[in-house]
Write a new protein. Structure first.
Length: 256
């Protein structure tokens, strides 16, 4: 899982060499992790700012939430193209949603519909604009101490300029976001282009920092996550650097 977390597109051959197992044994173990619902998804880390999208976090406290209403909300969020991730949780908030929008106007339209459809279930709400995100490997899987600050794999970086993609690259990106382990051959068959072209296009998107990496989504029941919110009246650049350094060197922190 640690190898797949660092690169979900890594070949079975490379994993086998690193963990000292046969290729067939590695394949069986991955299949078992999927069947047991431990690994729920292989996903691509897309830098949303490079595509002109701004990410937001919506924190909600809920009320009058029946099982039917919860399922209705889940279905709504799963089918909404603006929603990238969501989690029902315990603590201060009951539901956390990450969504993307081109601008505040399109975000307002989307949220207005959501608020209207589930007004009886929403007690309070809070929305935050994401300026920058840094994502780190799950080194806690091996109880491994981070000796070096890892490369940033964040899904949003303010400094990245917007890149225009053609329909083929957008189609490749769409397939990879659903399943990062799709081979170049499988993608080429779906899009009716050569595997060589797929490989070249993926490498180009990686070089342009449109794709920041590939990872896995692990089931909450096996690997529960916790969101810690820190509020500052003012934060100096020196304190910010210390916080980022602490996060990068703490193997229990996966993003900030």
């Amino acid at each position: 899982m640690s190898e797949l977390d660092k690169d979900a597109r890594i070949s079975l051959t490379k994993i086998a060499k690193r963990v000292n197992l046969s290729k067939q044994a590695v394949s069986c173990r991955i299949d078992s992790l999927i069947k047991k619902d431990i690994i729920q998804m292989f996903y691509t880390i897309v830098n949303t700012s490079s595509l002109g999208y701004i990410p937001f976090y919506l924190f909600l406290t809920l009320r009058n939430l029946t099982i039917d209403k919860e399922n209705e909300i889940r279905t709504y969020l799963k089918e909404n193209q603006h929603v990238t991730t969501f989690n029902f949780c315990d603590g201060v908030y009951d539901l956390v949603i990450c969504l993307i929008a081109k601008d505040n106007s399109s975000l307002y339209k989307e949220l207005t519909k959501f608020y209207s459809d589930f007004s009886l279930q929403i007690r309070s709400k809070r929305i935050l604009n994401i300026v920058d995100v840094k994502s780190y490997p799950r080194d806690y899987l091996l109880e491994k101490k981070r000796s070096l600050i890892p490369l940033n794999r964040g899904f949003h970086n303010e400094i990245i300029k917007e890149v225009k993609l053609d329909k083929i690259n957008l189609s490749i990106l769409s397939l990879l976001t659903k399943n990062a382990r799709l081979s170049s051959t499988e993608i080429s068959r779906k899009l009716n282009i050569s595997a060589t072209s797929v490989i070249r296009r993926i490498k180009s998107m990686q070089k342009e920092k449109i794709i920041n990496g590939y990872s896995i989504h692990l089931a909450e029941k096996f690997f529960p996550t916790h969101i810690v919110m820190l509020e500052f009246n003012h934060i100096s650049s020196n304190i910010e650097k210390k916080i980022l350094s602490y996060a990068a060197n703490n193997n229990k922190i996966t993003y900030i």
